[in-house]
Design a protein around this ligand. Structure first.
Ligand code: FES
Length: 242
């Protein structure tokens, strides 16, 4: 019998989990999740790297990391809107600024299989600080995917401009501050921007997940705010940038 003093009654806040793949294990299938580190915690520990926060300070994530296959988890969702591939999409361009957040790679990864399953072609353009870090990620991509890496902003913008013209759709994980530049590049390359041609995954904190706490509010192109957990976290680029 367990005595009251031996029970750990700690409760952690809910964490957003992004499905980033599937894995076959002993005739069974596991879902792989990516767990982003919340900017709430970065804010609490200025100057510390997200990895430090994740490993040492966030007991909830440490608890999650200790779970074993088969352990029960209390999950809610899915919430909000994910990426939606256009029916006419043949050429998909995926943009991941891993310089801003390495997590973009994992959160965008499932799009590759979705597009390839529909007979589409995929180019995965990755912005990085050093090519060695990308080399460790490439094996996770299907072999049919064309991978391009860029170092620095100039190379990145150049590559985005040339590949956007080829694409039927763009799905991006890039920082909020770069939405305006991305939209300008799309307009320049294509003259007009159809709805849902360019979709962006917003890096918002997601706490309640149901539109109640407003932690996930992101600024819109019209000067208002939108809740990422209800109307995102994937938005049409034209809703957030002008
Ligand atoms: S996470 Fe609470 S309102 Fe969006």
């Amino acid at each position: 019998m367990e005595m009251e003093g031996e029970v750990d009654w700690t409760h952690y806040l809910r964490r957003p989990l992004f499905v980033c793949g599937r894995q076959a294990v002993d005739h069974d299938e596991r879902w792989l999740f990516y767990q982003p580190v919340s900017r709430i915690y970065r804010g609490k520990y200025p100057g510390q790297s997200p990895a430090w926060v994740q490993n040492a300070a966030d007991a909830g994530i440490a608890w999650l990391e200790m779970r074993d296959y088969g352990d029960p988890l209390d999950l809610l969702g899915p919430f909000g809107n994910g990426f939606s591939l256009l029916p006419e999409m043949q050429n998909l361009l995926i943009l991941a600024d891993t310089e801003d957040d390495p997590g973009w790679f994992w959160k965008l990864l499932p799009l590759c299989e979705q597009a390839l399953d529909r007979g589409g072609r995929v180019t995965f353009l990755i912005k990085t600080r050093n090519e060695a870090s990308v080399a460790g990620l490439v094996p996770f991509l299907p072999v049919q995917v064309e991978v391009r890496t860029t170092l620095g902003s100039d190379q990145w913008l150049e590559q985005v401009e040339s590949t956007v013209a080829w694409a039927d759709q763009v799905c991006a994980g890039v920082p909020l501050e770069s939405y305006g530049a991305l939209l300008t590049l799309v307009r320049t390359a294509r003259f007009r921007v159809d709805r849902n041609f360019a979709q962006v995954l917003v890096n918002a904190d997601l706490l309640c997940g149901v539109g109640a706490c407003l932690v996930c509010a992101v600024p819109t192109a019209r000067g208002g705010l939108s809740r990422a957990c209800v109307h995102g976290p994937v938005f049409d680029l034209t809703d957030l940038a002008e």
